[in-house]
Design a protein around this ligand. Structure first.
Ligand code: GLN
Length: 475
């Protein structure tokens, strides 16, 4: 079966060249063949087939196919599907079964999507390599000794290996875009508030957004359109109207496009292959009539510093609910309530999660609040102002997705600060809340994928994906 895009698959299903059941069997077989790669934490063998048969019946009974009819999807395992395991790749939630559906899941289901399973990730979405999972490493699809990126490493590997057509991820500081860049696919993080976070397990609530990983920009736009929009169950979801993203995309042309190129995104330390490929793509666009505009933005390293103060602060509060009493794992050898809390958390949280809870508790403590937390909030504000100003002058800000290509498994696990720098180019858009996408540029001299990162103004996802599509097409 050759499946290049959802549009292609849909026409085959709707014209009865292929049934939903056949499509699901095709994907499940591929998933089973890759079972040693830890890409899925849970596979919905039975449910997906049942769902496919129900959709096939709907079509033969003359029912109108939904916008995502038969689309085989994977869902990151920090997004709730009622009645299914919701582990966040943590031992603390290993056996936890969700009692409700995320809003995004309900909206996809209402348009006839099919869920194949739940994908691996860094524990509670904290990480850049998928190595912080209690369910094992995921190999990079192009070099098994390397990481797929993170934290949505399972979702990215699923799409890149053809184990799902589209996958949902979550992006707090780059977790959709960075793994997309490492796996040669498209990864979109929408504007903060564009998609309801109801049913997304909270890491850092003022940053978290559900995002889409796909082979191409059209599929991302379609899935975004279905999920986006106000939800009364998430007070931070936006009431901004949801446009027809595909028509907005079609309206974009490269000629006359003003592309902001910040010098801060091309430091001397940038991997030379990455620099060469991103600059090469920018010159190509200039040759097609785009205008490259040199801009300056605050140094991205300040974004990293502020980010790790703010997200750890929020995480320390959000993760307080995992206390052994209400959810998941409870330590079996405790003498009283206090030791039960301590032992449950000590035994079931991984190292990185503990590190962040401690950091976050520290920066929020009475003596240090002003020095760290308040200061980081001020830095966040400066970034917001400067990015807003920049996007008054240009249509889009462009640079690399990651400062280096996929790194080796184990290479950065000994040094958390090194690992944090993997997000240096993706974190700013999360700090400011603007939509951003990683577009695959092709392969470097070692045959490893390189991604280009684009940021547009708030709620300009249509334009963003339109620009991304123009870049991808000329590959
Ligand atoms: N790698 C970043 C972190 O560890 C981003 C994670 C994310 O976006 N969920 O915080």
């Amino acid at each position: 079966m050759h499946l290049s895009s959802y549009e292609d698959l849909r026409s085959k299903i709707v014209s009865r060249m292929v049934t939903c059941e056949e499509v699901v069997r095709f994907y499940l077989e591929r998933i089973d063949r890759h079972c040693n790669d830890n890409i899925y934490i849970t596979v919905f063998h039975e449910q997906a087939l049942e769902r496919a048969r129900a959709l096939d019946r709907k079509l033969s009974d003359g029912g109108a196919p939904g916008k995502l009819f038969g689309m085989p999807m994977a869902i990151k395992d920090n997004i709730a599907i009622k009645g299914s395991r919701l582990t966040c790749a943590s031992k603390i939630l290993e056996q936890y079964i969700s009692v409700y559906d995320a809003t995004s899941v309900l909206r996809l289901e209402a348009e006839d999507a099919i869920f194949l399973g739940k994908t691996n990730m860094d524990e509670f979405a904290m990480g850049s390599s998928n190595e912080n999972s209690a369910f094992g490493n995921v190999p990079n699809p192009f070099d098994k000794k390397r990481v797929p990126g993170g934290s949505s490493g399972g979702s990215a590997a699923a799409v890149a290996n053809g184990l799902a057509m589209v996958a949902l991820g979550s992006d707090t500081g780059g977790s959709v875009r960075q793994p997309a860049g490492f796996c040669d696919i498209v990864g979109l993080k929408p504007t903060y508030g564009r998609i309801s976070r109801y049913g997304l397990v909270a890491f850092a609530s003022s940053f978290d957004q559900i995002g889409v990983l796909s082979q191409n920009c059209d599929d991302a736009a379609l899935v975004l359109e279905v999920m986006a929009g106000r939800d009364d169950r998430d007070a931070t979801s936006s009431a901004h109207s949801v446009p027809a993203y595909s028509s907005e995309m079609a309206a974009v042309s490269v000629a006359g496009l003003k592309i902001g190129v910040p010098k801060e995104y091309f430091p001397d330390s940038l991997n030379p292959d990455v620099a060469r490929m991103v600059k090469g793509k920018l010159s190509e666009l200039r040759d097609q009539g785009a205008e490259l505009v040199d801009i300056t933005l605050p140094d991205s390293e300040y974004a990293i510093a502020a980010y790790y103060i703010l997200v750890t602060a929020e995480a320390s509060s959000n993760l307080a609910r995992f206390d052994g009493a209400r959810y998941g794992y409870r330590s079996g050898h405790s003498s009283d309530l206090a030791s039960m809390y301590v032992n449950s958390r000590t035994e079931a949280f991984g190292r990185e999660v503990k590190r962040r809870i401690m950091l976050g508790t520290y920066v929020l403590s009475a003596g240090y609040y002003d020095t760290y937390y308040k200061k980081a909030q001020q830095v966040r504000r400066v970034f917001q102002d400067r990015y807003r100003e920049a996007l008054e002058k240009v249509d889009v800000i462009a640079g690399p997705t990651s400062p280096f290509p996929p790194f080796g498994i184990g290479d950065k696990t000994g040094d958390p600060l090194e690992m944090y720098l993997a997000d240096v180019f993706t974190v700013p858009a999360s700090i400011v809340g603007m939509p951003a996408v990683s577009v695959p540029l092709g392969f470097d001299s070692l045959n490893l994928p390189v991604g280009m990162h684009l940021i547009c103004n708030f709620f300009e996802e249509g334009k963003l994906l339109g620009i991304a599509k123009r870049m991808q097409r000329t590959l």
